[in-house]
Design a protein around this ligand. Structure first.
Ligand SMILES: [Zn+2]
Ligand SMILES: [Zn+2]
Length: 383
């Protein structure tokens, strides 16, 4: 974009006669002929106010040749003998004819920095910083909580050894008499395959069968998701967009009562809100039907059962139950040790799997236990 350059002329005040607002092009006071000197305020020029938004000088630029030539003559220097200010391109003091020495004070001409680069388009909104912080806090909590529970988990699974005693032992045995009995069942039509039943011989070799499939009626078997219309969901969001240009200016003090001002138009960014919309599909559960049928089959059903139980040295035995040839017997056995440990303060039970294992334990026997810090008994062995 095009740059617009202006030369702004400063003003100074005479400290000898009090004349104010003397144009910079005058190195001597037009009223009392006092040269501008490197003392107090005379070395400073007043360039007037600038516009806060653009940085543009509120003063008119100078265009006459004499002023422009002075502006480009370099920074002023002050005579080491008489103190008068002189043009940067003069080697002899205009006031006292002394030569410009190396010890002469001079004003500085500012280097041209060029215009600052155009303001880049602002990136993601500030919100992200806040979210990030929330994330950090949640993450921290997560680490803390999970850390604690992991530590607790490790601690409670650690074990220690203790001693105890078998307080009592008991056993319970049950014999079930079961008969292959006709039943009416229901099943899904596509899962039923007709098959003849066969009765058991000496309680074995039976086939339940699927016979007389009938009365098939639709029943709900499962559900499936079906689209049930869509909804338009919108939210208001913000973004930065280019919205024309704005003028930006910067100035460079030439050290001689003039300053150079360069203005250009840069892209301006505005906050724009817009609606972010998408279609959301809603789903509902729809029942799925299938034919369900009634059929005849057989199942083992309990006719009767007998129990026997005992403990503390009494040997396990099976209850008496005679069985007819078409029936079968099913046996269940359960063995339990009651153990006190930690000086009798705590109790636990242990269930041997077989009669042989059960008979290996005796009432009053000393045992060693492996117990987790969480209180779970991990192992029991004779001592
Ligand atoms: Zn004066
Ligand atoms: Zn001089």
């Amino acid at each position: 974009m095009a740059k617009r350059t202006r030369i702004i002329e400063g003003m100074w005040d005479c400290s000898s006669c009090g004349t104010k607002g003397i144009l910079a092009r005058h190195k001597k006071c037009p009223h009392c002929n006092n040269p501008r000197e490197l003392t107090g305020q005379e070395s400073e020029f007043d360039f007037g106010d600038t516009d806060a938004a653009t940085g543009k000088s509120l003063r008119e630029g100078v265009t006459d040749e004499k002023a422009l030539e002075l502006a480009n003559a370099g920074a002023d220097w002050f005579c080491a003998y008489c103190g008068a200010s002189n043009r940067g391109d003069q080697e002899i003091c205009k006031n006292c004819r002394a030569e410009r020495g190396t010890d002469a004070k001079a004003l500085q001409e500012e280097a041209d920095p060029g215009l600052p680069p155009e303001q880049p388009a602002p990136a993601a909104p500030k919100k992200r910083g806040a979210l990030f912080k929330v994330g950090m806090v949640l993450g921290g909590l997560l680490v803390f909580c999970c850390g604690s529970s992991i530590v607790y988990g490790i601690w409670s699974s650690m074990t220690h050894e203790t001693t105890g005693q078998v307080v009592s032992t008991d056993w319970k045995r049950t014999v079930y008499q079961e008969r292959f009995t006709p039943v009416t069942l229901e099943g899904w039509a596509d899962e039923l395959h007709a098959q003849s039943s066969r009765m058991p011989v000496n309680g074995a070799g039976e086939v339940a069968g699927v016979q007389n499939i009938r009365g098939c009626v639709p029943r709900q078997r499962t559900t499936r998701k079906v689209a049930d219309g869509t909804e338009r969901v919108c939210s208001t969001k913000h973004r930065k967009t280019a919205c024309g240009t704005e003028e930006k200016c910067h100035t460079r003090n030439k050290g001689n009562g003039f300053k150079e001002e360069v203005c250009e138009d840069v892209t301006k960014y505005c906050d724009e809100s817009y609606e972010d919309c998408r279609n959301e599909t809603h789903y509902r559960d729809e029942p799925v039907y299938a034919p369900k049928c009634t059929y005849d089959s057989y199942q083992w059903k309990e006719v009767t059962h007998r129990e026997a139980s005992g403990g503390d040295g009494e040997p396990p035995r099976w209850p008496d139950l005679s069985v007819s040839p078409e029936d079968r017997l099913r046996r269940e056995e359960k063995y339990t040790l009651h153990i006190a440990y930690d000086g009798g303060k705590k109790n636990t039970t242990f269930e041997p799997k077989t009669e042989q294992e059960y008979l290996g334990w005796k009432k009053g026997q000393q045992v060693s236990l492996t117990v987790s810090n969480g209180g779970e008994v991990k192992q029991i062995v004779p001592r």
